[in-house]
Design a protein around this ligand. Structure first.
Ligand SMILES: *Cc1c(COP(=O)(O)O)cnc(C)c1O
Length: 367
């Protein structure tokens, strides 16, 4: 590394979304990043193309305050929760990844604090914290992947130079698919107001469970959502935070100016206005998830966990067998994510899910 680079960045590796595998066939089912299997409907793509041609001047910066998009998001939040959400309670990011980084900057940067996560969970909290030199404290989970709350509480109570300032949870968790339990929610509610609670609801449209209403009474809670999963806009990188207007305003202070490209802004606005059509794929995803779960549960030697999201988490009989299953699936053209000692398999189209089942069967028969 060049000598002017921070030495603590030496052990970090750059994030790779689809690690290349030499033996992978040309046709691959991409079931490793939890996207929706379906592109935007043709008529909506045409509408976006029209917007690009007729309404976007590429020489001009995009609208930088996101007013209309925030109003549309606030209406969607009101429609799906009891929160009396207004546009000033929303901040929009270049993916929720940007919002995670903004929250870290706003709470922990410069030796001000550490973050707490329970492993396995979404890797970006730890990765982004490390890039900012923010310490990451990891609590364990039980066999059902609920958090070990005693350990989490002990971590928070332990004296430290950089006390825990922010707790990140996913509801339902990735990669394991479990929603927060009543005990976990009660514990999060018990945290003092000098600790920020971040509830990442990236999979809300699949789980239909939200803690958005808590933001009404809790100044130290923020909900994160994304357009990358149910709304089929991963290509456009749009996420949003639901918070108190005070916290949303802080997020506005630390974000980059013009953080959303004009096309992404247009795509997210379109998704909000056409949400009923776009979300018509959700019942199929939920039914396919349950079908895939039932089918995979038939194979001896596989351990599966119930999922409230658009993916399933499983392990084979040992760590070696799990790693081998991941390799065998990739070789057959089913790309899945091997993380946290298990495999996270995205729910794809019915045809993709059939191939997943067939490829798992072949892999297990061969071993
Ligand atoms: C996919 C995912 C996101 C989405 O991130 P974007 O940057 O909005 O694409 C956020 N959190 C979790 C837990 C996810 O799985």
């Amino acid at each position: 590394m060049p000598p002017f680079i921070r030495s603590d960045l030496a052990q970090l590796t750059a994030y790779t979304s689809h690690p290349e595998s030499a033996e992978q066939p040309a046709q691959v089912d991409q079931l490793d990043t939890n996207e929706c299997p379906y592109d935007l409907p043709e008529h909506l793509k045409e509408k976006l193309a029209w917007t690009y041609q007729q309404q976007i001047s590429t020489n001009r910066y995009p609208e930088g305050s996101h007013v209309e998009l925030k109003q549309a998001i606030a209406a969607y939040v009101r429609e799906t929760s009891t929160l009396s959400c207004s546009a000033d309670a929303i901040s929009v990011g270049n993916g929720s990844d940007e919002l995670i980084r903004s929250l870290l900057i706003a709470t922990c940067l410069g030796g001000q604090g550490s973050i707490l996560v329970a492993a396995p969970t979404f890797s970006m909290y730890g990765i982004l914290a490390q890039t900012l030199g923010i310490p990451v404290v990891t609590a364990p989970r039980h066999d059902d992947f609920s958090m070990d709350l005693e350990a989490a509480q002990a971590a928070i109570s332990a004296p430290a130079d950089a006390p825990i300032r922010t707790v990140f949870v996913v509801h339902p968790n990735s990669p394991t698919g479990n929603p927060l339990t009543a005990a976990e929610i009660a514990w999060l509610k018990s945290l003092p107001e000098e600790i920020l609670v971040v509830v990442d609801e990236a999979y809300f449209e699949f789980s239909q469970q939200t803690l958005a209403a808590e933001v009404q009474h809790r100044t130290n809670w923020v909900i994160l959502r994304t357009f990358s999963k149910a709304f089929r806009l991963a290509a456009h990188r749009v996420g949003y935070a639901i918070a108190t207007p005070e916290l949303a305003h802080v997020l506005e202070k630390v974000r980059l100016p013009y953080n959303l490209p004009a096309m992404s802004l247009a795509a997210a606005e379109l998704a909000m206005s056409q949400r009923h059509e776009l979300l018509q794929t959700i019942p199929e995803a939920v039914a396919e998830r349950d079908h895939l779960y039932q089918a995979l549960a038939q194979f001896p030697g596989l351990q599966l966990w119930p999922s409230a999201a658009n993916f399933i988490y499983l392990r084979a009989s040992s760590a070696e067998a799990t790693a081998k299953l991941a390799q065998d699936l990739k070789r057959q053209g089913t790309s899945i994510r091997h993380t946290g000692g298990g495999l996270r398999i995205t729910i794809g189209s019915p045809a993709e899910n059939q191939r997943t089942i067939a490829h798992v069967q072949l892999a297990l028969e061969a071993s």
